[in-house]
Design a protein around this ligand. Sequence first.
Ligand code: NAD
Length: 298
Amino acid sequence: MTDEVLGFIGLGQMGSRMAARLLEAGHKVVVCDRVPGIVAELVAKGATEAASPREVGDRADLVFASLPTPAILRDVALGPDGVIAGQRARCFVDLSTTGPRVAGEVAAGFAEAGRTTFDCPVSGGKSGAAAGTLALMVSGPRGEYDALEPVLKVFGKPFFCGEKPGSAQVMKLCNNMLAATALVASSEAIAMGVKAGLDPALMCEVINASSGRNSATQDKFPRAVIPRSFDFGFTTGLSMKDVGLCVSEAEGMGVPMLVGSAVLQMLGVTAATYGKESDFTSVAKILENWAGVEIRKP
Ligand code: NAD
């Protein structure tokens, strides 16, 4: 294990924190990001930098990726300058939320080259990534999973979801559709309560002690909406990507997703108003504008 070199590609909100945990756990880590300079902090902590995903594949045995979209993941994994073109990497683990289709393509591409892949989307945000308390949903070959599990435990708690590539991605899309739905529905309910004169902090306290409690009233409203910071750490664009993947996968499977479709529309309105780079808690501001209120401490 000590001679094993780990690779990490994509050092944004999640990846930078997860790679830092690998270094703190004593692993040798090769890092790579499209944005030059973003890796400086990790290099200062002991990582070495690679110029391309291919170079990561040449220098690391086990390569992790935490990237924004399925298209970018496909290119980083299978492209001409991708990990698969490297000579050393025997296993590729996608920590991003990229949906089951690309997970299948990446698994097939690596299998042809005699190598292994796992899709391993995560939940818990940048605070969970920093603390090592993420939930990790994993699918891939069961026989090779046992060797991977100790490294995954550096990031949080792994749940093995099945051998079929993409099973963990489906699991993750279901979770994120629910989390976004909770945010949108809570924004509607709390905008209404505030318009009627209720204190939003009290509303969250009551809801969290009652049957309406959810991840938005427990975490996002108290931390990023009521204090008006709108900095939960997940962009509207990424949430749109997740719910869009979920709705389109569901449609392909003949599963109607009426509520998920409405949530996707709300995220679209938020992106059109505040930009895709806005924090997805900005959806509450759309409801505020429509209701003519501000969700803040009275
Ligand atoms: P981010 O945009 O902050 O980070 C992505 C990083 O990938 C950036 O540093 C970017 O420069 C880099 N990148 C893009 N294209 C690249 C390429 N071709 N080669 C190398 N690097 C490249 O995104 P994030 O919030 O860290 O999310 C990463 C993934 O994790 C996404 O799929 C997201 O849906 C998922 N996720 C995010 C959160 C969260 O709370 N932020 C939680 C769970 C899962």
